[in-house]
Design a protein around this ligand. Structure first.
Ligand code: XMP
Length: 496
């Protein structure tokens, strides 16, 4: 009983994740035996099939470092200057295991009051002071609670109160050495600077204590030199060529050409240019939802394709422009085509739970890209604030008026001279804690889904689906309601 996926997907209906359900297969192995190793591009392998979206409320260096540490990968957004984006990529590439993921760096001119405001919004115990107020600036000192707890004048500057009594270690120091000093020599923090005194990283007692509460990280995504891998988004305008040049200089591993409708002359020209100029750089095209779009981008040299149009939680493209596709259908049809050519697809947008990840992978995607699943986490850019008694962070579509005002309209081929048409919304999402907690839970849940289907890995699940051995059915609205929690007065659950 049930249907082969191809029959179901050829009925002239574009289904999305919630519309379809798989029949269980036969379990003959433990969930721990499931291997989710995959590729995000032709050449870049991931142990965890999840990447974070290049959105300005989702991926900067803190997110990209954490995603790579957990075996996924982050794509830094480009709603910023070239130097700002390059800074984030550089931070990822120079990050060392065991050092703080998101150190707070301030200039010596900042006041204690300014520091307190930042501290209220982000829990941290130690502030690094550099001349520029940024990472890679000249290291000047540290401010911890010891320096400020008994200080009544909060207009004093960090330069006035900081301590210079800090253990400084040379570039290349490992996380183990730092941990050893913190544990055995009872230091609160140790700092790594390069030979010129530029601040490269800090390891703190708090970070190690906190890390103990998270599940183990698994194998990080690293390049041939052992550095974390990092992706970045760019546009398809002439000026984006300089952006890519700078990103390549700081070691970016992959760029994603960020367009809501990727099948354009601009993108094809950019793809050909980048593949010719930087043969080692992995270039991801998109977004697309059909196999004919995929064909053109693959012909132009795409190393991976991002699939999804209007399925994102903040997207209004389908309503505004009447184009797009239900995400399950988009993933199934494009991935089936791309898999024959050996080009990985990234199922982008619309992922709300681990079941959606299982569906995307079984339907043929190589990995999923998330915006809303990572927005509101500690690693996402921006600070927490309270709305109606709830701790929230901002999350916005890159096609929202708010984001486009900062520059992202090129994703939607917006003409700055003309009227700006929003294709997304801006708002808030709940505090989701750290992605260091959510991703391991999410991954384990996906493994259990694979176990239920009787598939041990991603190529295996695909094969079962293509052969028609995984049986598929559509779900009525009532069946979808039944498949969720119902008839409860109240209940609590983790999002993952
Ligand atoms: P989720 O569902 O994970 O979706 O929040 C994230 C993806 O949505 C896309 N995106 C947009 N699409 N208008 C759109 O139509 C927008 O303003 C917008 N911003 C992001 C993008 O592909 C992202 O990865």
């Amino acid at each position: 009983d049930g249907w082969a996926c191809d029959n179901m997907m050829s009925q002239g209906v574009c289904y999305t994740y919630d519309d379809v359900i798989f029949h269980p297969g036969h379990i003959y192995f433990g969930a721990h035996e499931v291997d989710l190793t995959t590729n995000v591009t032709r050449k870049i392998k991931l142990r965890t099939p999840v990447v974070s979206s290049p959105m300005d409320t989702v991926t900067e260096s803190g997110m990209a470092i954490t995603m790579a540490l957990m075996g996924g990968m982050g794509f830094v957004h480009y709603n910023n200057t070239v130097e700002e984006q390059a800074f984030h990529v550089m931070r990822v590439k120079r990050h060392r295991l065991g050092f703080d993921i998101k150190p707070i760096v301030m200039p010596p001119t900042a006041t204690i009051m300014e520091m307190d405001l930042l501290r209220d919004a982000n829990a941290f115990t130690c502030i690094v002071v550099t001349d520029t107020g940024k990472m890679f600036g000249k290291f000047l000192g540290l401010v911890t609670s010891k320096e400020v707890d008994f200080e009544s004048d909060h207009l004093k500057t960090l330069g006035d109160v900081m301590t210079k009594d800090v253990t400084i270690l040379p570039e290349g120091t490992t996380g183990e050495t730092a941990y050893d000093l913190i544990k055995n020599k009872k230091q609160d923090a140790v700092v790594v600077n390069d030979a010129s005194g530029a601040f490269l990283g800090i390891a703190t007692r708090e970070f190690y204590k906190e890390s103990r509460t998270f599940p183990p990280l698994g194998a990080p995504t690293v390049d041939e030199q052992g550095r974390l891998r990092c992706g970045a988004a760019v546009g398809t305008r002439e000026g984006d060529k300089q952006r890519v040049a700078r990103l390549v200089e700081v070691g970016v591993d992959a760029v994603v050409l960020d367009s809501s409708q990727g099948d354009s002359t601009f993108q094809l020209d950019m793809l050909r240019f980048l593949k010719k100029t930087y043969p080692d750089l992995q270039v991801i095209g998109g977004n697309i939802v059909t196999s004919s779009q995929a064909q053109r981008l693959i012909d132009a040299g795409a190393d991976g394709l991002r699939v999804g149009m209007g399925s994102g939680s903040i997207c209004t493209t389908q309503e505004v422009c009447a184009v797009g596709r239900g995400q399950a259908a988009a993933v199934y049809h494009t991935a089936r085509f791309c898999n024959k050519l050996g080009v990985p697809t990234i199922a982008d947008g619309g992922v709300q739970n681990s079941g959606h990840i299982v569906k995307a992978l079984a339907l043929g995607a190589s990995c999923v890209m998330g915006g809303s699943m990572f927005a509101g986490t500690a690693e996402a850019p921006g600070e927490y604030f309270i709305v109606n008694g709830q701790r929230v962070k901002k999350y916005r579509g890159m096609g929202s008026l708010e984001a486009m005002t900062k520059g992202s309209e090129s994703r939607y081929y917006g003409d700055t001279q003309a009227l700006k048409i929003a294709q997304g919304v801006s708002g808030t999402v709940k505090d989701k804690g750290s992605v260091r907690r959510t991703v391991p839970f999410m991954t384990q849940a996906v493994k259990q889904g694979f176990q239920d289907l009787g598939a041990k890995d991603i190529p295996g699940v695909r094969e079962l689906l293509y052969k028609g051995d995984i049986r598929v059915e559509g779900r009525t609205q009532a069946a979808q309601k039944e498949g969720g929690v119902h008839d409860m007065v109240s209940y609590e659950r983790r999002p993952w």
